[in-house]
Design a protein around this ligand. Structure first.
Ligand code: NAD
Ligand code: ZN
Length: 260
């Protein structure tokens, strides 16, 4: 955090965290960018006004409709994402966030990422609202299995329990959110949080921007970490317009620093 403006904000955020007993951390693709996974939109985004290699907009290629009409198109994109994810490791932003969680009594990480990197970094209390690319799910009986390498399948593999086709356990565009995760999220939100972070997401979905806007209206401190502007930038009380790794590292150091 070289800029003095950032430094002051980091100290304020750390002081708020030291007083807090609960915190909500909302994350998106930007927190995994420093692991080498490209984001969709915003700073470093792959698909700003562009189409995928096959000329299909990403929201269409990764939609529930496309998966039922031409499953091979969706499978191809998901298997590329899955093999990219298998190559990478959590970065210092994931690790600092997991450590910050350990300083608090109650936390929730609400992530849109399907890469499993929060878990790999040791985060607890995680809601993966868009699923996890490392899992397959049977749409018929609900059986879940580990996905080792999606690219080896020419067609969706059969469920070991009922024989029906399995699919990647991720939420595609236009599909509804997993109900167990939604119930857990609503329950957690109903208790409120002392501070809310939103990190590395364009915040395009109402269930992502909503908790930040609600918290800000209730006078709860809200922190955005994102080098670009987003849907919630004007609502937050603290905005660090920088990358997630250095920002979370600086906040963690300030929280742990006994000299302050
Ligand atoms: P997004 O691509 O729409 O937005 C990414 C955001 O991260 C942008 O606002 C960008 O400015 C910011 N950013 C870029 N580099 C950053 C950094 N180093 N530190 C902090 N912020 C940074 O992604 P989204 O908001 O998560 O939502 C879109 C969808 O993309 C979701 O459905 C998600 O499931 C999916 N997705 C997931 C992954 C993953 O699992 N790693 C990767 C790409 C997309
Ligand atoms: Zn089944």
């Amino acid at each position: 955090m070289r800029q003095p403006h950032h430094r002051r904000q980091v100290v304020e955020i750390a002081d708020l965290l030291k007083k807090a007993s609960s915190a909500l951390f909302i994350t998106g693709a930007g927190i995994s960018a420093e692991s080498g996974l490209p984001t969709y939109r915003g700073v470093g985004g792959l698909y700003d006004d562009r189409h995928t290699d096959d000329g299909i907009p990403i929201e269409v290629a990764l939609s529930g409709q496309m998966f039922s009409d031409r499953p091979e198109v969706t499978w191809n994109h998901l298997s590329r994402l899955e093999s990219a994810v298998r190559e990478v490791a959590p970065n210092r932003a994931h690790r600092a966030l997991a450590q910050l969680q350990r300083t608090l009594t109650r936390t929730l990480v609400l992530t849109q990422n399907v890469d499993g990197l929060h878990q790999a970094a040791g985060s607890r209390d995680l809601v993966e609202i868009h699923g996890n690319i490392h899992r397959l799910r049977c749409e018929t009986c609900g059986h879940k299995d580990v996905a080792h390498d999606l690219a080896v399948f020419r067609e969706p593999p059969a469920c070991v329990r009922c024989g029906r086709p399995m699919r990647p356990d991720v939420v595609l565009f236009g599909e509804s959110l997993p109900s167990a995760e939604l119930i857990r999220l609503k329950n957690e939100l109903s208790h409120g949080f002392d501070i809310v972070f939103i990190i590395g997401t364009s915040a395009g979905f109402p269930y992502i921007s909503g908790p930040v806007i609600t918290a800000s209206r209730q006078g709860v401190p809200t922190v955005e970490i994102n080098p670009g502007e987003t849907e919630v930038s004007h609502f937050v009380t603290h905005r660090l317009a920088t990358h997630a790794g250095p920002a979370l590292d600086a906040i963690l150091s300030a929280v742990l620093d006994p000299g302050r």
